[in-house]
Design a binder for this molecule. Structure first.
Ligand code: ZN
Length: 431
């Protein structure tokens, strides 16, 4: 069987397992992958905090050189069959595309990782350092009390410690000025939501004069948040991205306009890299129409640039809110780590993109969302990048399908993924 057919069949089998999280039930996928690897002569090991939530780790032993992990997660978000043109767990192959929840996020990459790993092992790949296959549970929900990579890093660090990792997070391809640019995620923004509490005094709503309405008092803070423009700065990921797509990093005030002139999708990629973002999303006050609220709470989604902390931005936010009596409290912050650019893994990805398309460039980006790369960076200082090239599917369509209805992946992109992983492993761990 060709690797193309092999990865297609493995993905179809993975998609037919319902690993919607919650509840996850990822052990089914871990068993399928363990059996597949076993057929290829590789012994994988299950690590489970709960029997139905297993992670799988396998290893091709190498010399004492650097270790590389193919990292992926086997859980998916939910799917509502009523929204789909096909059964979300069908794994149907139609017109060169494999359909199902998780095809893009990220069972396609799980299958490609497994086939790249198994095919190298079959060929007697003797790497200079270990090559790891890590398929985690509970990425989509996870958190501090999760069953996936955070738990593995804490409880089984020797199983998952690695110098380099390739994970999900990017791989989009845009054609800019005649040249292809592929995006690789080298950092993540930190999710740092906070709550503003405005206090007043309750009273009967028919006599507003006797009370002090916290909801009305909160209006000025809401307006101030909406009007606030966080200060921009040029972080390494933004500089690298602008250099790759424009040939140079322009002055900050021109960056968005210059990016928009090159491609309509670019400003959406560039803008979150220039500053932290604030979006008030929820408000809570009185729960009864005829009671004037003594308390109003505004919840704000806030995303910080990599390696900045709530303490860095809190004074700026308070200055924007102005004087007045309110409490501002940050909730638990997550993510926000980065890996440097210009590492041997970055170079290997760059060589790879040039090899598939002459003149193609690799551009860094920071994920606005969270991935498991964060835990490896935090625990071991791993250089982790998100990269799975989507060359054949339209990038706008692929972005739209993730976590949405009718999710599917082109077999051409699956096959490309397998070859990319093999090539990068061979180049980094020179066989
Ligand atoms: Zn994912």
């Amino acid at each position: 069987m060709s690797r193309r057919d092999e990865v297609t069949a493995l993905l179809q089998s993975l998609l037919r397992l319902d690993t919607v999280n919650p509840p996850g039930n990822e052990t089914q996928a871990a068993h399928l992958l363990r059996d597949y690897l076993a057929q290829n002569g590789i012994a994988g090991e299950l690590y489970a905090r709960a029997p139905e939530r297993a992670n799988l780790v396998a290893r091709i032993e190498g010399g004492d050189g650097p270790t590389l992990a193919f990292l992926c997660h086997t859980d998916t978000v939910l799917a509502d069959p009523a929204e789909w043109a096909r059964d979300p767990w069908s794994g149907d192959l139609v017109d060169g595309e494999v359909w199902g929840r998780g095809a893009l996020d990220m069972k396609g990459q799980v299958a490609a990782n497994a086939v790249a790993f198994a095919s190298l092992a079959r060929e007697g790949f003797a790497p200079s350092g270990d090559l790891l296959f890590i398929a985690t549970a509970d990425e989509e929900v996870g958190g501090d009390d999760g069953y996936g990579l955070m738990w593995l890093c804490a409880e089984h660090p020797d199983a998952v410690r690695c110098d380099y990792a390739l994970n999900e997070g990017a791989g989009e391809r845009l054609v800019l000025g005649g040249n292809a640019v592929y995006f690789a995620a080298s950092a993540e923004k930190m999710s740092a939501p906070f709550t503003i509490r405005v206090h007043g005094r309750s009273g009967h709503a028919s006599m507003p004069g006797i009370a002090d309405n916290a909801l009305v008092k909160a209006a000025r803070y809401l307006e101030a948040l909406g009007a606030y423009e966080p200060p921009q700065e040029l972080i390494p990921e933004a500089k690298g991205l602008l250099e790759a797509v424009l040939g140079e990093a322009p002055p900050l005030e021109e960056a968005l306009a210059r990016a928009a002139a090159v491609h309509p999708l670019l400003p959406a990629l560039v803008e979150p890299l220039l500053a932290f973002t604030l979006s008030p999303t929820m408000i809570d006050a009185s729960h009864q129409r005829n009671v004037i609220p003594a308390l109003c709470e505004i919840t704000v989604d806030c995303r910080l640039l990599p390696e900045t902390t709530p303490a860095d931005v809190e004074p700026l936010i308070r200055a924007a809110l102005g004087n007045g009596r309110y409490d501002l409290e940050f909730d638990e912050a997550t993510g926000g780590t980065r890996s440097p650019l210009g590492t041997p893994l970055w170079d290997a990805l760059e060589r790879y993109t040039e090899s598939i398309e002459p003149g193609a460039r690799l551009a860094p980006m920071a994920c606005p969302g969270f991935t498991d790369s964060h835990y490896l960076r935090q625990a071991f200082g791993t250089v982790a990048y998100g990269f799975f090239p989507i060359r054949h599917m339209d990038p706008e369509l692929a972005t739209k399908l993730v976590h949405s209805a009718d999710e599917r992946i082109k077999v051409d992109d699956l096959e490309l993924g397998v070859e990319m992983l093999r090539s990068v492993a061979q180049s980094l761990l020179f066989s």
